[in-house]
Design a protein around this ligand. Structure first.
Ligand code: CA
Length: 223
């Protein structure tokens, strides 16, 4: 899952980025509205954290531009405390949720998890596919109740497939959601990660759809 943070407060931006990376996300950062708008317009994020008070272009305008261009990515706004009018303007502009400053990073993480889950159509924090369970809260997975020891790349791969279970996900899409913009991307490595993940899971749930990509699906009679 790949997140964009648009926040001009350098320390706050860094603090959020570190916490999100720690939780298993890939993170891109922008420090003004112009750069933020560009990235959100050109890169496929799973969620965006957007500050309202930004240099160059303010957050509400950035959000309106994305929504006007048909971008449906979940957006969490960062608002100043007690500025109820900002919250109203933000929600009217198409924000999915907001957090007022100052906030606890844990609250941002929880709201981001919920936004990503809901966007993929999952109501609970645990996503289940046959014997595989993904706990989005702890960023851990189990097979038949046994914990899977995954590297960060393997976790990202499994998390993306699980959020989109039953759907065919292309290699390009996986690459775009597993690496940040600066990473030297190579879609051939996906095959290697899928191989390792299958081996660690020990169950044959990840199907290769020839020429299209991969799909995780529970065996019939299971959920
Ligand atoms: Ca600001």
């Amino acid at each position: 899952m790949r997140i964009l943070i648009v926040e001009d407060d350098i320390n706050l931006n860094r603090q959020l980025a570190e916490a999100l990376k720690e939780a298993g996300y890939v993170v891109d950062t922008a420090f003004d509205g112009e750069e933020g708008h560009f990235l959100g317009d050109t890169e496929p994020y799973d969620a965006i954290i957007l500050d309202i008070g930004l240099p160059e272009v303010d957050g509400i305008t950035v959000l309106e531009k994305w929504r006007g261009a048909g971008r449906t990515v979940p957006v969490l706004l960062l608002t100043a405390r007690d500025r109820w009018s900002d919250k109203v303007a933000g929600i009217d502009a198409g924000a999915d949720d907001y957090v007022a400053k100052p906030f606890h990073v844990e609250e941002v993480l929880a709201r981001i998890r919920a936004l990503i889950r809901r966007a993929a159509g999952h109501a609970s924090s645990e996503i289940v596919c046959g014997p595989v369970r993904l706990d989005t809260k702890s960023s851990k997975a189990t097979v038949d109740g046994k914990p899977l020891k995954l590297t960060s790349h393997e976790y990202r791969l499994l998390a993306y497939l699980m959020h989109h279970k039953g759907e065919v996900v292309s290699r390009t899409e996986l690459v775009e959601h597993m690496y940040d913009q600066d990473f030297d991307r190579d879609s051939n490595t996906i095959e290697v990660f899928v191989g390792r993940l299958r081996k660690k899971m020990g169950v044959d749930l990840i199907e290769t759809v020839r020429g299209l990509g991969y799909r995780i699906q529970a065996p019939t009679n299971a959920n």
